[in-house]
Each structure stands twice: as structure tokens, then as C-alpha cells.
Design a protein around this ligand. Sequence first.
Ligand code: NAG
Ligand code: NAG
Ligand code: NAG
Ligand code: NAG
Ligand code: NAG
Ligand code: NAG
Ligand code: NAG
Ligand code: NAG
Ligand code: NAG
Ligand code: NAG
Length: 552
Amino acid sequence: MCRYSNLGLLWFALQGCVLGAPSTHRKRDNTTEDYSRNLLEESMNWLDMFYDESAGYLYSLDSSALTHETRASAWYSAGLLARNAGDDAEQASKIISNIIEGQRWQFSNVSEQWYGDYQVYPEEPTVGTAQYPAKIYNSWDPNWRGFVGTTFVLILEEFKDLLSPELEALMVESLKNTTIGDSYRVGGVDDDNLYPAYSNPFIMRAFVSGWVGRRISDANMTAAGEHDAKQIVELFNRANTLSEFNSGTYAGVSLYALTLWAKYMPESSIMGQNGGRMIKETWNSLGSLYNANLKNVAGPWDRAYGFDMQRYLSILALQIWTLVGKENAPVNSKPYVMGHKNDFAIGPLIAILAPFHNELVSNSTVSSLLDFPGTHNVTTSAFSPPYDTYPRNISTWLSPNFTIGAVTFSENVIGGPSINPKQFNPAVVQWARKDGTVGFITLYAQVPALEGKVEPNSLELTYPKGNSSSTFVFLVGTNSKDGKRDVSSWDDVEGLEVVVDGTVDPEYEVTFNGLVGGAGDVINEFEFWNFTYSMPQNSEEKPSIRLHLELS
Ligand SMILES: *[C@@H]1O[C@H](CO)[C@@H](O)[C@H](O)[C@H]1NC(C)=O
Ligand SMILES: *[C@@H]1O[C@H](CO)[C@@H](O)[C@H](O)[C@H]1NC(C)=O
Ligand SMILES: *[C@@H]1O[C@H](CO)[C@@H](O)[C@H](O)[C@H]1NC(C)=O
Ligand SMILES: *[C@@H]1O[C@H](CO)[C@@H](O)[C@H](O)[C@H]1NC(C)=O
Ligand SMILES: *[C@@H]1O[C@H](CO)[C@@H](O)[C@H](O)[C@H]1NC(C)=O
Ligand SMILES: *[C@@H]1O[C@H](CO)[C@@H](O)[C@H](O)[C@H]1NC(C)=O
Ligand SMILES: *[C@@H]1O[C@H](CO)[C@@H](O)[C@H](O)[C@H]1NC(C)=O
Ligand SMILES: *[C@@H]1O[C@H](CO)[C@@H](O)[C@H](O)[C@H]1NC(C)=O
Ligand SMILES: *[C@@H]1O[C@H](CO)[C@@H](O)[C@H](O)[C@H]1NC(C)=O
Ligand SMILES: *[C@@H]1O[C@H](CO)[C@@H](O)[C@H](O)[C@H]1NC(C)=O
């Protein structure tokens, strides 16, 4: 049978492997293994075009004037080892040692906050100099420890036989430094925000620390990993949801990292004990919010890099690809033309882990990724201390061609725990248009507290702490290709009838943020019409608006 460890072989000896398998093994033409191999192949074909063999790095995926980039190169090296054709393994080894030498040169001072990190790009100046000040998430990115570190562990677990003993030792040295550096991170200290509620990097940190601690017999590191893991599990168990809830991109990263917990951590570890269950529950939640007709996970979204999963590339969509095939997933036939396309570079890791990960996804979830099960409501919650004063209440109504979701919350920040109004989408409407494309309305996050009430065909939003200067700003997607190009009222929005009431002034303003012009810039690479409602002058009422929505 074609186990994952044969994936590289499988690719080039596909015939032999398939012929070698018992014929009864394949009930369907396509299996998770086919889909995973297909994702590995397509993502690697794309990345191959960016590879600079003389440098032993990928060029910048943004084509930034022949500079290179570290994180995608690490992911590519794992893909090279999985493919293992020609001199792939040799190139992978070259990339890995380059990345580690960059780490050694730039991040070797144990007294610095960025100790043990990996470079964002090899040409970068020295972080922490007068000309290149250390600025977290800017001149250095603390999450690169987790992204590159987990990739190194995956490589050591899966492809050790393709590496020299010297390189293996170098990788362990590198992982040790990165683990120590990552332990410096404390939410609220030195501009860092690594709280247990910051799910994706916290899950990665727990894993790398736990794995490296066991590998080098450092009981402290092992214990630190378990300590981190315990906090994540406790937060998760409250409602079986990740704190970084419902994000096309970051649910994907969390699922990737939880797969590492489940696959590589022993049963004696909290991670080994809980990883599989957390993957299953996370998918149950995502599956219940997924609308297979729209090929979108309905809102609200904690952190989104786009407003329609069919038009921006999400990591979750790559996982869906491995579960039900590319054609059924929210992925364009040319993934690299989508918004946020650089995340296609994580394709090799998702493909490598898919055969293991996909076994943990319930059949009913897989079925909901293919067929919309019928109109239903989802109510759940997620909690992100220290930002939330109480768990965020999520409620979503899903019907065959139409979804409405909103969250009720009270936080000490604006824009969600990532403090980013461009990513935080607390109220979202999506619908199918006649040509099969998806329209969207999303509330632009401007307030620290919101009451969101969802009912069939209705979205009601209240700002409990608002006043007469409050506004409700809705970003509304552009019409389909053959639809009206110009929009000045709800009547011009394709496929939807909207009637508005509430304490707001019924007069509203419509402006356009376009790729090359209009009132302002696009958000997450999406153009939008900005529908803004204000309060009547000197109003004493609580700002509130209700959209009554019908498909037309
Ligand atoms: C799925 O199976 C069909 C029929 O065998 C084949 O043409 C197609 O390429 C397969 N797709 C993938 C992604 O493997
Ligand atoms: C790891 O850190 C030590 C200092 O603690 C440094 O001497 C060494 O070069 C570093 N190794 C790498 C690969 O960064
Ligand atoms: C290491 O960093 C500390 C803190 O910034 C600094 O005081 C020290 O001089 C650095 N050491 C070296 C060798 O650069
Ligand atoms: C482990 O942590 C304890 C307490 O912080 C410290 O005293 C000890 O030196 C550490 N041991 C190692 C091997 O790092
Ligand atoms: C899904 O269903 C198949 C049979 O149809 C069964 O073999 C498999 O164990 C089920 N998987 C899960 C995760 O329940
Ligand atoms: C969803 O909840 C609303 C109340 O908010 C209710 O009117 C409706 O019947 C529910 N729909 C389903 C399918 O349960
Ligand atoms: C959130 O939902 C729970 C359970 O339905 C409910 O008890 C609680 O009052 C809600 N909180 C808010 C602020 O709406
Ligand atoms: C959903 O939209 C599709 C495409 O426009 C249409 O064929 C179908 O009848 C719609 N379904 C419902 C339940 O409205
Ligand atoms: C409304 O609240 C905002 C933010 O708290 C404040 O800056 C503004 O002055 C208030 N406006 C009025 C009219 O009270
Ligand atoms: C939306 O339009 C209003 C009114 O013109 C403006 O104040 C606001 O900044 C705009 N918001 C966004 C996100 O473009």
C-alpha cells in the first residue's frame, strides 16, 4: 500500500505503486493520496519557477528585484525531499544549510529578543542597527521561528535518510536556538503578542519546544512545550474552538501544527493525547460553517485575507483540496492568480501531511465540503484573553445560496485580537449570483464592542458603546463580470435586495475603493463599494442598523 513515506517515490514510480496495490483498495478513482500528490506536484511546479539554484534560495515570490526569501525556501526544501527526483535532495540540503547560516549570522546573540529567529530574506541588513531598527513583525518576524522550525522538524521526521549526518546535526543546533529564542516571547512584553489565544504560533511553539526537548534530552524544553500545550488545550476545551477562530488562512496553519502534534508527539505528551481530537473538532466547526455551493466558509471571520475564498488563496482551501480534490475546493484552476497567492508555497507541507491529517476528519465534514446539507444555524463561541471581556458569541445562518454571520463581542482593542480592522470581519453576508460567482457584504471593524443578531434573511448590528458620531461602514463586493460596473445604491448590487432600518440616518453614502482609483485603496486585494451609514445629528439613541436581505 502507498504509505506517505513513499510519497516521493510514489510520484515518480506512480505506475508501480498503483499496480502494486491490491485492486480492491481503490473504490474511487481519486483518493486523498491522489489529491495530495496533485497538490504537491502543482505547488512544486510553480515554486520550481522561482528557484535560484546558484543562490540555493527561492527568489521573492513577489518578484522583488531578484531578492530571495527564507520561509518559502524552507517549505520548498521539504517539497524537494518529498519529490526526490534528480538532484532534488542535494538542492534541499543546500537551501537548509543556507537558511541556517543566515540564522547564525543574524540571530546568534542570546541576549537579543530576536535570538534564534530566521531571516525574512537573506539580503536583509543586520536587525537592530541604527539604520535597520529591530521592529517586531517588520524588520524581524518572530513567527518565522515557528514556520521554519516546524518545517525542519517535519523534514527530520520524514526525510532523515536523504540528509547527511552533518546537516542533521546542524538542523538540531538550529532548532535548539530557535526554541530558546521562542521562549523569550511573552504576550504583552516587548511589543510581543504571543498569548495562548494567538493560536497558530502558540501551537507551533509548543510543538517545536516539545520535540526539540525530547530530541536533545532537555527536560526544561520538554516541560515548556507541555506547559504551552496545556494552556492551548484548556482554552480549546471551553467550546471546542480555536481562539483564532474561523480564519481561512490561520485555521489552516493551526490544523497544520496540530497535525504535527498528532503525528510526531508521543502518547505521553498532552500534544499526542489531544492533537487528533482538536483537529476533528476544528473541522466539525469549519464544516458546519462551510457552504459547498458558495465554496466559502461563512462569516464571521476573525482574520481573513480576502472576502471570497474562491478569489484569494487560503491555506484551508489547500487542505480542502487534499480532502475532496482541487475541482471541488475553493481554489482557482491557476492558484497563483488568486489574491494572497504566496501562501501556495505551503502546498508541499499540506500535501506531505494530508494522508495522516485527512484520516482525522469526520466523514460528515468531508461530505459537507462536497454537498451543502441544507439550511441551518450555527451558534458557537471563541475566547481570546486578554482581549475579550467575555467569549465572543458567533451566530451564522446558512441557506443554499446565502449565508449571514455575525459575532457579539466586547474587547479592549479595535480590529479583533490581531488589532487589524482589515482582517477582522465581525459581520459577513455572502450570496451566489446568477453566474455562480459570490457577492459579499462585510462590516468594517471600527468599534471595540458589537452586538450582532442574525436571523434568516436579517442582520442586526448594534454598537453598545457608540454615539452620534458612530458610522456603520459596509464593504460591498463589486458585481459579476457582466453585472453593473457602477453602484450608487443597494438597487445596483447584483443578486440581492436590501432594506435598511434602525436608529441610523436612512440616507447613506456610497464610495468606491478601486485598484487604480476611487476614494481609497483596496483591502486585502479586493475592490469594494463603501456603503456608509451615519447617525442623525445629535441623536441620543444607541447606534443600530438592521439589514433585511433577500436574494433577487
Ligand atoms: C481524478 O480522476 C480522474 C479520472 O481517473 C482523473 O482524470 C483526474 O486527473 C483525477 N484528479 C486528480 C486530482 O487526481
Ligand atoms: C546558536 O547560538 C549560539 C549561541 O548561543 C551560537 O554560537 C551558534 O552559532 C548558533 N547557531 C546557529 C545555527 O544559529
Ligand atoms: C548582544 O546583545 C546585547 C544586548 O543587546 C549587547 O549588549 C551585546 O553587546 C551583544 N553582544 C555582541 C557580541 O554583540
Ligand atoms: C531548567 O529551568 C530551571 C528553572 O528555570 C533552571 O534553574 C535550570 O538551570 C534549567 N535547566 C536547564 C538544563 O536549562
Ligand atoms: C468514514 O467512512 C468509512 C466507510 O465509509 C470508514 O471506513 C471510515 O472509518 C470513516 N471515517 C471516519 C473518520 O469516521
Ligand atoms: C435559525 O434560527 C432562527 C432564529 O434566529 C429561526 O427562526 C430559524 O428557524 C432557525 N433555522 C433553522 C434551520 O434552524
Ligand atoms: C453568549 O451566548 C451564551 C450562550 O448562548 C449566553 O448565555 C450569553 O448571554 C451570550 N452573551 C452575550 C454577550 O450575548
Ligand atoms: C441557487 O443558485 C443556483 C444558481 O443560480 C440556482 O440554480 C439554484 O436554484 C439556487 N438554489 C436555491 C435553493 O435558491
Ligand atoms: C463618540 O465617541 C467617540 C469615541 O469614544 C468620541 O471620540 C467622540 O467624541 C464621541 N462623540 C460624541 C458626539 O459624543
Ligand atoms: C468609507 O467611507 C466613509 C465615508 O466616506 C469614510 O469615512 C471611511 O473612511 C471609508 N472606510 C473605508 C474602510 O474605506
